[in-house]
Design a protein around this ligand. Structure first.
Ligand code: SF4
Ligand code: SF4
Length: 106
C-alpha cells in the first residue's frame, strides 16, 4: 500500500497527473491516495520529485490478529455499556465515554 508523507509533499500535483486511475487528489495542499482505487502501479512514486510517496509494509498476521482482538474487546465494552445504560442507575458521563470509544474504533 502507498501513502503520502505530508512533511515531504509540496503540493505540486505531479502525482495526480501521473495516476492513470485518478486515485490521487489534493486535499489541504497535500496529495491524498484513495487506496480503494489504487492498483499499485507505482507511477506516482516515480513521478514525485520529493520522494513523498512511499510504500507501507503490509501488516503481519500477528498485527492483524492483535487489531481484531482489540476491536472485539472494545466492541464488547461498548455493548456492555449499552446494557448498563438501559438501567436507570447509569452514570451521566457514560454517553461521552461511549462516543470516545466509537471514535477510537474508526
Ligand atoms: S508529486 Fe509528490 S510533492 Fe507533488 S503533490 Fe504529489 S506527493 Fe506531493
Ligand atoms: S500507484 Fe498507480 S494507481 Fe496507485 S495512486 Fe500511484 S499512480 Fe495511481
Amino acid at each position: 500500500m502507498l501513502k503520502v508523507v505530508k512533511e515531504r509533499c509540496t503540493g505540486c500535483g505531479l502525482c495526480t497527473e501521473s495516476c492513470p486511475l485518478q486515485a490521487i487528489s489534493m486535499s489541504n495542499g497535500y496529495a491524498q491516495i484513495d487506496v480503494s482505487r489504487c492498483r499499485e502501479c507505482r507511477l506516482c512514486l516515480e513521478a514525485c520529485p520529493q520522494g513523498a510517496i512511499t510504500e507501507t509494509a503490509p501488516a503481519s498476521n500477528r498485527e492483524l490478529q492483535a487489531t481484531v482482538s482489540s476491536l472485539k474487546q472494545k466492541t464488547a465494552d461498548i455493548i456492555k455499556r449499552i446494557d448498563e445504560l438501559q438501567h436507570p442507575e447509569h452514570k451521566p458521563d457514560d454517553l461521552a465515554t461511549m462516543r470516545s470509544d466509537f471514535e477510537d474504533l474508526s
